[in-house]
Design a protein around this ligand. Structure first.
Ligand SMILES: *Cc1c(COP(=O)(O)O)cnc(C)c1O
Length: 383
């Protein structure tokens, strides 16, 4: 199938991205926190109901801000899944925090809320649920545990833009939430992200941490007559060029999600037969979760050699990948974190997951074509 390869991801432009960037030629406001940043922040606040949305240059940066805001100290423990991207843990390790890896649920691959309490110690400070594939964690249970033990909740909602849990936007359910606008996510600005501050008491300090530890944001609002160094911070704000690009994407966020959902639903229909044959398992979406079609993955049945499947798909021109090497099994995770138990579900699911191509504008025939290829490849990959 040379020349007809299906890429894993292909960043989509909605049309106005560079027109908005070009507007900056006349405004000459290129640094952060200009009119485009304000537009994007307002949009996120309106859509999610968070107290304050602060654009950042990545989700990683937003998570680092969260660790600073919660004043994480050396030795403080932070409960999170091992099955996540490295930034979830790294942001806290940078402050000397210790990630405590808890196992995930069999169905959604999200942090298993039933295992959280057993991992809480006097050093525990926060819980970091990760909404894998844009499908919500069990936030009511997680928030209730946090409340009972005096812990903070930081949602890694990198993949959860436009998703909902019991009707409420992801990112706006914990004390803090982090979005990603990386080009591999649903709504993009190349690199980019946002910190959603849901606890109003944290807003002022969040602004200070983002502006190099100064109260410059208050100065720009005319609330004070000069700005000075207040506390530890860094530079976490993106330039207006990024925000201008992002505005064009946010304006089409619904259409982007709907387009992905069409492909996701096609995949889901096309893979039903292979699931019925016991060759794989499709994603499970709890009824109270409205997801954003961020990702389509399948979990291969026991006895199927994943590398053989990935190689077979590749040979047929389909780019697929696996995801993630669990953090507790990585050199960094062993050095900086600790595992709560054997993490059996994490290990087993991580070994059999295959992510398939999904991007805005992919052909309507792609999911069926890929399912067809998968059926052939699976037969060759049976051990
Ligand atoms: C993509 C991703 C991140 C990092 O996002 P960046 O914007 O690239 O920093 C963090 N956590 C999860 C779960 C992600 O998927």
């Amino acid at each position: 199938m040379k020349g007809q390869s299906i890429p894993f991801n292909s960043p989509h432009l909605t049309g106005n991205e560079f027109a908005y960037v070009a507007e900056l030629a006349s405004t000459r406001k290129l640094a952060g926190d200009g009119q485009f940043t304000k537009w994007c922040s307002d949009w996120i606040e309106r859509r999610t109901g968070c107290a304050r949305a602060l654009l950042t240059h990545s989700c990683t940066a937003a998570l680092e801000m969260a660790a600073l805001l919660l004043d994480i100290q050396p030795g403080d423990e932070i409960i999170m899944p091992s099955y996540t991207f490295v930034s979830t843990a790294n942001a806290f390790v940078l402050r000397g925090g210790v990630p405590v890896f808890v196992d995930i649920r069999e169905d959604t691959l999200n942090l298993d809320e039933r295992l959280i309490e057993a991992a809480i110690t006097p050093r525990t400070r926060a819980i970091v649920p990760v909404h894998y594939a844009g499908v919500s964690c069990e936030m009511d249970a997680i928030n209730e545990i946090a409340l009972r033990h005096g812990l903070k909740v930081v949602e890694d909602a990198a993949q959860g833009v436009m998703s909902r849990y019991r009707g409420r936007a992801l990112g706006a359910l914990g004390d803090l939430g982090a979005f990603s606008f990386h080009e591999t996510k649903n709504v993009i600005s190349g690199e980019g992200g946002a910190l959603l501050v849901n606890d109003p008491a944290l807003v002022l300090r969040a602004e200070i941490i983002r502006e190099k530890g100064t109260d410059r944001s208050r100065f720009f609002r005319g609330e004070i007559d000069k700005y000075t160094w207040q506390e530890v911070g860094s530079s976490y704000l993106p330039s207006e060029l990024i925000a201008a690009f992002l505005r064009a994407q946010l304006e089409h966020a619904e259409a982007l999600t709907a387009n992905r959902m069409t492909s996701w639903n096609h995949y889901h229909d096309c893979f039903a037969g292979l699931e019925a044959q016991g060759l794989l398992r499709r994603p499970i979406i709890p009824v109270h979760c409205d997801h954003n079609a961020h990702m389509y993955y399948v979990l291969l049945a026991d006895g199927i050699d994943r590398q053989c499947v990935l190689d077979g798909l590749k040979a047929a021109g389909v780019s697929s990948v696996f995801h993630y090497v669990p953090l507790h099994a990585s050199p960094g995770g062993k050095r900086y974190g600790k595992a709560q138990g054997a993490l059996e579900v994490t290990v087993r699911q991580a070994e059999r997951l295959v992510r398939l191509p999904l991007w805005v504008g992919m052909d309507a025939e792609h999911p069926a074509q890929i399912a067809h290829t998968m059926a052939r490849v699976l037969n060759a990959a049976r051990r």
